[in-house]
Design a protein around this ligand. Sequence first.
Ligand code: M6R
Length: 612
Amino acid sequence: MCGIVGYIGEENATGIIIEGLKKLEYRGYDSSGIALCTKENKLLVRKKKGRIANLEKMIKGEDLTANLGIGHTRWATHGAPSDVNAHPHTDMSGKIAVVHNGIIENFMELKKELTEKHGVEFKSETDTEVVANLIGVCYEEEKDLEAAVYKALKRVRGSYGLGVVCADEPDKLVAARKDSPLIIGLGKRGNFIASDIPAVLKYCRQIYLLENNEMAVIKENDVKIYDADHKEVQREVFNVTWDADAAEKEGYEHFMLKEIHEQPDGIRDTLVRRMDDDGEIVLDGINLTKEDIENFDKVYIVACGTAYHAGLIGKYAIEKLAKISVEVDVASEFRYRDPFIDDKTLFIAISQSGETLDTLAALREAKKKGARVLSVVNVVGSSVARESDDVFYTWAGPEIAVASTKAYTTQLVCMYMIGLYMGRKKGIVSDETYRKYIDELMAVPEKVSKILDQEEKIADIAKKLYTKNGVFYIGRGIDSAVSYEGSLKLKEISYINSFAIAAGELKHGTIALIEQGTLVIAIATQDKLFEKMLSNIKEVKARGAFVMAVAKEGNTAIEEESNEVIYIPQCMDEITPLLSIVPLQLFAYYVARNRGCDIDKPKNLAKSVTVE
Ligand code: M6R
């Protein structure tokens, strides 16, 4: 959610930092700001509530020339969105400026001490201003920024990605991280810090990933990284291979639409990169042996939002293929119910960003209890990936739109592959079943493309229905899991109140809400449950519902019961979620577009939720 960019080098920092912050806008924010250290030892701080455009307007025409600076996009945690709460924050002397991602847990106690002992008068409600002042007090004692940051961080509890500058030391930028991502970019005409790689990709492809409890001193031509004991550590350079253009819209009106269209490639990449020439699944970087797999007596899948919905499908896939009991939990609840976990548990964390704090906290809890942790993650080198025993990377490419689409379908592919891999190792998936799954999965990208060809038809349906106020998504079996994701897509980007429920549950209460004109979206792709779904559709139709159905090609009986039908290509029942979600994503997109919503950055939402 919050974003950090910093620069030190030959160029003017202002433009570079603002440009970098714009690359992080997709993470969601409510204010932005910049602090610059001039050669004349002046610290200039400018910050503004709202979009970065507001900040740009504010500084237009000002001479803000400096070779060192830090910038931030803030998503409010302590204190409301406002100019004064925006980062950077300065210490009382006005010499030191800090940008911070994360939460300082002991900020109240530190604030009290700084007020009572050092006479600090705070301007904002933020925990970050406490850090700035703590560093300021340490600077008075140490007369050296590096030493002051090191000393101050010893007193801090919580999570942070930090960028610190000091007017008296315009030759350096100090950075630190704990449980909040921070990278150092190595450029030709200077060096960078950033919370996310896209912010600096235009200038550098070589980066250092800062580890937990590390700090770094970054100069124009030099970077030094130190561990928690302030001993210098050597870090391997990480080369970013993905293209900066991959993070741009490429002609699509919104990132979400572009990402929906990227699904055939993402699914294909996720599949084929793990398949050898004989079509056998090779899980590179995953050391789950036959013995490990046979030792597991249960699997927990834990995630949030869309990733959690992928986990629901994972349950079906892994239970069926690997014959092992799977529990799926939302990460924010997992820790608080004392789950029964031991060294016979396989814990699977699913996360696009790999930075979702709830998922990370659940992972840590599971690890503490002895579970083997396998994560399914899109962002390479993210916290979830780094803290897992094994990582199964999705190959979705950068996902910018807040609404997750291609991450979901690639996560589903991983679920099927993990199920197949485990079943195969246990010797319970026959060659015939295995081949059938692989053939069906390999055909998915082509079938998704066929669904995407129906975009115009789906846009037309959306045009007729976008004014609906309440929408129900229903399905049976694996379709009910898809209905949750379809409903989430619609509500998060169109702000329509939508609700998903297993179709068989309707009659136990919810059907009372169906009235003349209520929109019901019925996912009816399961051959074995098709008749039952038809009955459910009849039930809601009888109460006046307008029904839009998603069904497999050929199951035309549904046309008689529904007002609109979108067909997906024929495939085995078990893998329909990979297809049936696509029309639901497009439908949500076009409904939101008709309603004039800010599709890529829906209100109140952030791409990466790094607070509990
Ligand atoms: O990065 P993660 O996959 O861990 O994020 C989890 C959820 O916040 C995320 O899936 C969210 O529900 C989606 N952005 C919704 O489209």
